[in-house]
Ligand binder design. Structure first.
Ligand SMILES: Nc1ncnc2c1ncn2[C@@H]1O[C@H](COP(=O)(O)OP(=O)(O)O)[C@@H](O)[C@H]1O
Ligand SMILES: [Mg+2]
Length: 236
């Protein structure tokens, strides 16, 4: 497994937000954790990124135990996050935003070549490369946020609720891009989402997170057929 989280607990001032969570993401997989607002999705990703310390549990990435690794050292590992609400630098151009993602990378990396392949994948970013990021639409900002995370050629991409605030049409575009990155380019993706339908459609496997605990797990297709999931998350 590329990422393996076992028995993870996260608490804030004694209040448990994540309890006994175990999940894994294999190389080449697209795995989704679905859960309502406040279920603990961001807390899990922040623990994986080293931004909040777990109170218990272990996190292994690419063969090493990173549970206690400082976040700035984790930044050197080949794991990147597309954070909640895109967080692009509004007053930098599209190209500058992408170069921020490349800052401090290993010297051997050919940034120009990475840019070319990202522009091929997200043509709109090349068209708008000299525009300020704040002039992009919501969907374009999400594409920029994904591209910025990808410029360093990560092995694992963590995506935090990318559908939030996007119009349905754009949700489709952005999820199609994630699907293509996974199926055609072999990128391993962990997607956490409230939008269960959109994310289970493109995922191989999924986990249902309820009040900080994994309530259910399985193949994405099986989860979409599950009566409880359909009622609680798919509105059918
Ligand atoms: N920094 C924090 N301090 C205190 N409580 C927090 C903090 N971050 C999240 N929480 C609480 O932890 C729970 C899980 O939050 P979060 O991980 O953001 O869920 P989600 O991303 O699924 O919406 C919520 O009850 C939230 O209020
Ligand atoms: Mg969240």
């Amino acid at each position: 497994m590329l990422l393996e989280v076992s028995d993870l607990f996260v608490s804030y001032g004694g209040v448990e937000a994540v309890s006994q969570v175990s999940f894994s993401v294999g190389e080449g997989e697209l795995v989704s954790i679905i859960g309502a607002n406040g279920a603990g999705k961001t807390s899990i990703l922040n623990a994986v990124m080293g931004l909040v310390p777990p109170s218990r549990g272990a996190i292994r990435f690419d063969g090493s135990d990173i549970t206690r690794l400082a976040s700035h050292l984790r930044a050197r590992s080949r794991m990147r996050i597309v954070p909640e609400r895109a967080h692009v630098f509004a007053h930098l151009t599209v190209l500058e935003n992408l170069l921020v993602g490349a800052y401090g990378l290993r010297k051997s990396m050919d940034v120009q070549q990475r840019l070319r392949s990202l522009y091929e994948f997200f043509p709109v970013l090349e068209e708008r490369s000299s525009q300020l990021a704040r002039t992009l639409s919501g969907g374009e900002q999400q594409q920029l946020s994904i591209a910025r995370a990808l410029i360093s050629d990560p092995k694992l991409l963590l995506v935090d609720e990318i559908s939030m605030g996007l119009m349905p049409k754009l949700v489709e575009t952005v999820f199609q891009a994630l699907h293509d990155l996974n199926r055609r380019h072999g990128l391993t993706i962990l997607l956490v989402e409230q939008n269960a339908l959109a994310s289970l459609k493109i995922a191989n496997r999924g986990y249902v997170l309820e009040a900080g605990r994994i309530a259910l797990e399985g193949d994405a297709a099986d989860l979409m057929r599950d009566a409880g999931v359909r009622e609680a998350y798919l509105g059918i």
